[in-house]
Design a protein. Structure first.
Ligand SMILES: [Zn+2]
Length: 245
């Protein structure tokens, strides 16, 4: 309805109200003219994934056996995963697109502003084997209107654990070794979305899995494909309302 039309119908409704008719007509016209905040519909929920390539700039992260700093590995994985997700119609927000220094608070701010349905914080390590999935060690608390910084994740712990479960299934399905854990996570603990820190280590080849170093392009591709498959699964669960508050 145009503003002029809305105002004309408001006058008409007021007239009727003045004549002892139902006041609700005036209210309806006000709503139609967009003057009552309560009448505004919330923005349509969208499925957005935040990819946080950990480290960067002044913070190189771990030195990998390939000679590459962790910050370069995480950025390459973020770029690869972003394009896999874009090809599946998933909107992605990244915390960095280059070798930039991004402090932990700013990473959480980016994730929180995006109202993301999933945030993956990407790391790499030479210790351990396969993929390590870490969720926050904060105890679960009920959501409050204003969440305290550094413990905001506490209200999201169950959904972060559910996201880790979906990631775990997809990685196992792709034949990888997966370790699940909970730990204090400085950036993730301030995030108000389902968040998991993912640390990629070389595959040490126990049992059915083969050895694969962090510099193995096939291994990098398998990890990225499995993470993308997990997020597609997470999106369909989200669409069915399975992980909504
Ligand atoms: Zn790291």
């Amino acid at each position: 309805m145009s503003d002029r039309l809305a105002i004309r119908s408001l006058f008409a409704a007021c007239n009727r109200a003045l004549h002892g008719r139902r006041l609700v007509w005036a209210f309806t016209a006000l709503v139609a003219a967009g003057h009552l905040a309560s009448a505004q519909a919330p923005p349509a929920p969208r499925f957005i994934v935040v990819l946080d390539a950990a480290h960067g700039g002044d913070d190189p992260g771990a030195r990998l056996s390939t000679g590459q700093p962790e910050k370069a590995f995480t950025l390459a994985l973020s770029v690869r995963l972003r394009s896999l997700l874009a090809a599946r119609g998933i909107q992605v927000v990244t915390t960095r697109e280059s070798d930039a220094t991004v402090d932990l608070n700013h990473r959480a701010e980016i994730a929180n502003h995006a109202y993301a349905q999933a945030c993956l914080s990407l790391h790499a390590s030479e210790s351990g084997s396969g993929v390590h999935l870490f969720t926050s060690s904060l105890a679960h608390t009920q959501p409050t209107r204003f969440a305290a910084w550094k413990t905001a994740q506490s209200a999201w712990v169950p959904r972060s654990l559910a996201l880790a479960g979906v990631l775990n299934s997809a990685l196992l399905h792709a034949g990888m070794t997966v370790t699940l854990g909970r730990t204090p996570l400085l950036a993730v603990d301030s995030m108000t979305c389902p968040s998991v820190a993912i640390e990629i280590a070389p595959e040490r080849g126990s049992g059915q899995t083969a050895n694969a170093g962090l510099d193995d392009p096939g291994y990098q591709a398998r990890v990225a494909e499995a993470l993308a498959a997990a997020l597609v699964e997470w999106r369909s669960d989200w669409g069915s309302g399975a992980h909504q508050p």
